[in-house]
Design a binder for this molecule. Structure first.
Ligand SMILES: Cc1cc2nc3c(=O)[nH]c(=O)nc-3n(C[C@H](O)[C@H](O)[C@H](O)COP(=O)(O)O)c2cc1C
Length: 349
């Protein structure tokens, strides 16, 4: 059981906020595989305060989309307070502040990981949020700014002092961005120092790596981020592995294709045929990772303009050199890290 303030979770696995990726269709797919708490994409407090129509789309949800976390990006107390007031009409369960985003245009404004450099300011912002919010407030931090400034413990203690209900910590520094291996020691130190739950993030690519995060850090929960891209099976596989160390069989190609069709349909009904198909293209690459001779199909998928065209490409998948029941994913952990990083870099738009 993971308890975040008044919210009790049966599963310790959380679907990460992933900017531009964790929309309602992706959350719906992962929930059908046992994901319990999922996050929206990061939402700018300023845009929300000014009712930017794009933020309305990012906040769209439905009755099956719970438990839901909303993550705000901001460094201005008044904007955050106004954003929280705007959120009053939306159904969600947890409110998170992003103090982890490494992107240059974000940190230049003093937002995201930049807040790691200002512990007192972060505490003050979180205090405002805790006072204003009707749901439990959490914060996502990193191991530090860079190798010389690994101050996660100090930051986490300031956040706890502000009254947050849990800490999410990505065990890389801002300067590492998403490269290199996660630093379990940084997460372990934070866990040891705090009384509130600590949820670890980094290299959650396989059941074994997720168990390693629990074992080496003592954390209360783990965030699944890049590992979930094209791989919602990671949720049930990890639940099984944590319960009894069983390694599940990887899904066959027929099952992967069925999930792709369902995900594409959700994208098209959410965004409309053209935009839904366009946004699905990157998911095609993620789902099809590991299939043999997939490159020509990827090229076709990236040219597909309508749901029908994308379906034709998806329907051509199982015949591509797959033996019935053959594994389609590389299962060795180290290879899988490379695989996920490579997939991400290939398709980062
Ligand atoms: C494309 C992309 C977008 C991300 N967007 C967010 C975000 O909006 N908010 C956030 O807190 N973390 C974000 N992250 C970080 C992830 O939530 C996670 O902490 C990080 O990827 C480390 O986990 P992993 O190594 O298991 O992928 C993003 C990561 C990626 C790759």
């Amino acid at each position: 059981m993971l308890k975040i303030g008044s919210v009790t979770l049966a599963s310790p696995l959380v679907l990460a906020p992933l900017a531009g990726i964790t929309d309602l269709p992706l959350r719906t797919v992962n929930r059908s595989f046992g994901c319990e708490l999922a996050f929206t994409s990061m939402i700018s407090a300023r845009s929300l305060a000014w009712s930017n129509p794009k933020t309305e789309t990012m906040l769209r949800t439905d009755s099956g989309d719970r438990l839901l976390g909303v993550q705000l990006l901001g460094a201005d107390a008044e904007m955050l307070a106004r954003a929280i007031d705007k959120l009053a009409g939306y159904p969600f369960d947890i409110l998170d502040l992003n103090a982890a985003c490494p992107v240059a245009k974000v940190v230049r404004k003093g937002e995201g990981a930049s807040l790691m450099k200002e512990p007192q300011k972060l505490r003050d912002l979180l205090k405002v949020m805790v006072e204003r919010s009707a749901v439990p407030v959490t914060v996502k931090i990193r191991a530090g700014w860079d190798t010389g400034n690994r101050n996660a413990c100090d930051i986490a203690l300031h956040a706890q002092d502000a009254g947050v209900s849990a800490i999410f910590i990505h065990g890389r520094t801002r300067s590492q961005e998403y490269r290199g291996r996660v630093n379990y020691a940084a997460i372990r130190e934070v866990k040891k120092a705090l009384a509130i739950p600590v949820i670890g993030s980094g290299d959650a690519f396989s059941p074994r790596l997720i168990k390693q995060m629990f074992d080496e850090t003592g954390c209360d929960g783990v965030v699944i981020a890049r590992g979930a891209l094209g791989n919602p099976w990671l949720f049930p596989e990890t639940h099984a592995y944590l319960a009894d160390q069983l390694i599940s069989a990887r899904p066959g190609s027929e099952e992967i294709v069925a999930v792709m069709r369902g995900h594409l349909a959700l994208c098209c009904s959410f965004y409309g045929d053209l935009l839904g198909t366009k946004l699905f293209r990157k998911f095609f690459s993620w789902y099809s990772k590991g299939f043999l001779n997939i490159k020509p199909l990827r090229i076709r998928a990236f040219a597909a303009a309508t749901q029908q065209e994308m379906l034709h490409v998806i329907d051509d998948m199982p015949g591509l050199g797959m033996e019935p029941g053959a594994p389609v994913y590389i299962t060795h952990d180290a290879e899988r890290i490379d695989r996920n990083n490579a997939v991400f870099e290939d398709n980062d738009d």
